[in-house]
Design a protein around this ligand. Structure first.
Ligand code: PXG
Length: 458
C-alpha cells in the first residue's frame, strides 16, 4: 500500500489553513484572500518560510524564544521525558520530578520572597489564576469587598475573560461584552505619547498618582490589587519613567493593595535582568510568567507568589479549589528547567544586560536622527522605534495612513520580522543574537524607514 501523497506546496497549506483555521486577532476573509505566510523552520535567530526566504526574527516569535531556535538540548530533554513519563497529574497528592525541580529552579532566579508557584499553559490563564487568588486572599482576610483590580491603558494581559478584562487595549472589549465587573483602568505611563509638556519624571509621578486617585475614588476598602507589566510590551514597548514604579510601590503599600507584576514579556532576561521587577525595583505579591519560561518550545506558564499571599496559601488548612489538567505538565516542566539552565550556563541574562543588549540599544539609537523617527527607546533586548510626522510636537501621522503597517510590510519584504504597534515599530530579538546579526537588523530597519518615508511622500 502506498501512502497518500501529501501536498505540501505553499498554496496547498494556505488553502487548508484558510478553510479551517481562524487565526488570532485576524480578519479572516482578508487573510484568506491573500494567504498566510508559511513558516517552515528556524535556526538561531533565522526563520525560513515555505518559499525558502530567510527572515531575521527581530521578535523572538512573539517576544518569547529567548534562547533562540534550534536548541537540540530542549528537544532531547522533551523526548527523554516523553519516554520516561509523558504525563501524570498533580491533583491527588501526587507529584513528579520535573515539576518539583522546576519550582526549585525558578526560586533561584525569581526576586527574593517569590518562591511558590502555580503552573498553567499560557500567560492568559496565569492571569486568570491570579484574579482568583486575589479574591481568595481578601475573602480569607474577611474583606470580601476588597476585590477591584486596577489596570492601565495600553496593557496586554491576555485574552481569557479575566485577562482580556484586565487588558487596556480597548479594541479587545466590545466584541465580548468586556471588561467584566471588578476591573478599573487608569492611564498608562506612556510619556512619549501622552506626556505633553511634562518632564518624563513629572509624568511618571502623575501617571502613578492616577492609580492612587482611582483607589481613593473607589475607596481603598474596595481595591484588591494593581496589575502592571514592568514594561508594557504589546502596547508599544512603553517604558515607564524612573519615577513611576517607586511611586506605584508606595501607593500599593499605603493603601494595602496587592501588586501583580505581569512578567510574561519582561521575564527571563528580556530587560537585562532575570525579571523586569529586578530592573525596576518592584517587590511583587504575584508575578505572571510564560513565554520565556520555556522559550516557547512548549506551552507553559507560572504564577509566582510571595509575601503574605504565599503565607496564607501555605497555611490555609483547606483545599485551594483550582488547577488544570496540565498544571505542571512534566514535559513542559522538564523543558523549562533545561531552558533556565541554558540561560544560566551561557550567561544570557548578563549578556542581555551588559553586552549584546547595550550594543543593540546603542546601534538602534543611531536611527533616532532619521526624519521619521521621534524616539528610539529600549533596555536590554526590548526596543521600540516610534514613527512620527512632526518630531518637535511628537505628532503622529493620521492613523489612516498606516505608517507603521507600511514599515512592517517593508520589513518583512526585506527579511526582517519587526512588528508595528500603531506607528511604533517594536523589537525583541532572541537573547542569543550576535553583533553581526544586530548590525543586519539595524541596517535593514534603517532601509525600511527610508522606504516608508518614500511611500509617505515625505
Ligand atoms: N501578559 C503579557 C504581558 C503578555 O504580553 C500575555 C499576558 C498573555 O499570554 P498568552 O500566553 O495567553 O498569549 C501576554 C501575551 C503582540 C502579542 O501582539 C503579545 C502577546 C500575545 C499575543 C500577541 O505583541 N503577549
Amino acid at each position: 500500500m502506498t501512502a497518500t501523497p501529501v501536498n505540501n506546496t505553499t498554496a496547498a497549506i494556505q488553502a487548508d489553513d484558510a478553510r479551517h483555521h481562524l487565526h488570532p486577532f485576524t480578519d479572516h476573509a482578508g487573510l484568506a484572500a491573500k494567504g498566510a505566510r508559511v513558516i517552515s523552520s528556524a535556526e538561531g535567530v533565522w526563520l525560513t518560510d515555505s518559499e525558502g526566504n530567510r527572515l531575521l526574527d527581530g521578535m523572538s516569535g512573539l517576544w518569547s524564544v529567548n534562547v533562540g531556535y534550534g536548541r537540540r538540548e530542549l528537544a532531547d530533554v522533551a523526548h527523554a521525558q516523553l519516554m520516561e513519563l509523558p504525563y501524570y497529574n498533580t491533583f491527588f497528592q501526587t507529584t513528579h520530578e520535573p515539576v518539583a525541580r522546576l519550582g526549585a529552579k525558578l526560586a533561584e532566579v525569581t526576586p527574593r520572597g517569590v518562591d511558590l508557584f502555580v503552573y498553567g499553559n499560557s500567560g492568559s490563564d496565569a492571569n486568570d489564576t491570579i484574579v482568583k487568588l486575589v479574591r481568595l486572599f481578601w475573602n480569607a482576610q474577611g474583606r470580601p469587598r476588597k476585590k477591584t483590580i486596577i489596570s492601565r491603558s495600553y496593557a496586554y494581559h491576555g485574552v481569557t475573560m479575566a485577562a482580556a478584562s484586565l487588558s487596556g487595549l480597548t479594541a479587545m472589549h466590545p466584541q465580548f461584552d468586556l471588561p467584566m465587573p471588578g476591573v478599573a483602568h487608569v492611564a498608562g505611563p506612556y510619556w512619549y505619547g501622552d506626556g505633553g509638556d511634562m518632564s518624563p519624571d513629572a509624568f511618571g509621578i502623575w501617571a502613578a498618582r492616577q492609580v492612587e486617585r482611582k483607589i481613593l475614588e473607589l475607596g481603598a476598602g474596595n481595591v484588591g490589587a494593581f496589575i502592571g507589566e514592568p514594561i508594557q510590551g504589546a502596547g508599544g514597548v512603553i517604558i515607564p519613567p524612573a519615577t513611576y514604579w517607586p511611586e506605584i510601590q508606595r501607593i500599593c503599600r499605603e493603601h494595602d493593595v496587592l501588586l501583580i507584576a505581569d512578567e510574561v514579556i519582561c521575564g527571563f532576561g528580556r530587560t537585562g535582568n532575570w525579571f523586569g521587577s529586578d530592573t525596576f525595583g518592584i517587590t511583587p505579591d504575584f508575578m505572571t510568567m510564560a513565554k520565556g519560561l520555556t522559550s516557547s518550545y512548549i506551552p507553559m506558564s507560572a504564577v509566582g507568589i510571595g509575601g503574605r499571599v504565599k503565607d496564607l496559601l501555605m497555611n490555609m488548612g483547606e483545599e485551594v479549589v483550582h488547577g488544570y489538567t496540565y498544571s505542571g505538565h512534566p514535559v513542559a516542566a522538564a523543558v523549562a528547567v533545561r531552558n533556565i539552565e541554558i540561560m544560566q550556563e551561557e550567561g544570557l541574562v548578563e549578556r542581555a544586560g551588559h553586552d549584546i543588549g547595550p550594543y543593540l540599544q546603542a546601534r538602534l539609537r543611531e536611527l533616532a536622527s532619521h526624519p521619521l523617527v521621534g524616539e528610539v527607546r529600549g533596555i536590554g533586548m526590548i526596543a521600540a522605534i516610534e514613527i512620527v510626522e512632526h518630531k518637535p510636537s511628537r505628532a503622529h501621522f493620521d492613523p489612516k495612513r498606516g505608517a507603521g503597517m507600511i514599515c512592517r510590510n517593508h520589513s518583512f519584504a526585506n527579511g526582517l520580522v519587526m512588528r508595528a504597534v500603531r506607528d511604533t515599530m517594536v523589537l525583541a530579538p532572541p537573547l542569543t543574537i550576535t553583533r553581526a546579526e544586530v548590525d543586519i537588523l539595524v541596517e535593514t530597519a534603517a532601509r525600511c524607514l527610508d522606504l516608508t518615508q518614500r511611500d509617505l511622500g515625505r
